[in-house]
Ligand binder design. Sequence first.
Ligand code: S3P
Length: 180
Amino acid sequence: MSSKKNTQPIVFIGFMGSGKSTCARSLAKLLDWRDLDSDVIIERREKKAIPQIFKTKGESYFRTIESKVIKDLLQKPQSVLAFGGGVVCRKVNRVLIRKRAFVVWLKVSSDVLALRTRKSKNRPLLNVRNRKEAIVSLLKERDLYYKRCANVIIPNNSGDVLEKIKRIPRIKELLREKRS
Ligand code: S3P
């Protein structure tokens, strides 16, 4: 029988392009848990793509929906959650995430993020003339928040990130539990 701690959601946080959704999907498969993505749920609820929500209703409307969605998601045991990169900007979100989940921050440098997001058109905050500058400035604002939220920091500039994740003691324990 799993302890409550070990059914607590696992949350991936980090900047846009840090690999949260891919990691959540892969880890969920390994654990046989469900994987859920806050952006996908928001788009489904609003029946609009994220750039459309930003354009028609504004960022602050988006953030309010985002807070509601993550609150719901954090109540789901045995789930691996990928949260939008800006979720850590609101203190209420940070407090809730810390309280309800085991949190992994995928930390990526601004150079690599700029490269990975260069073709992305669905991230309104990056649709600016100087994308690299926007990334650097947002990271400066957010890094401390990611750090405050995280139980573990996993560098994800290169290499096999899933292997790194599998070495996190808490994850190791869950994988061991699953096998037994
Ligand atoms: C945002 C990140 C996006 C999405 C929205 C805002 C941000 O999610 O929620 O465009 O403020 O960093 P991803 O991190 O999944 O790209």
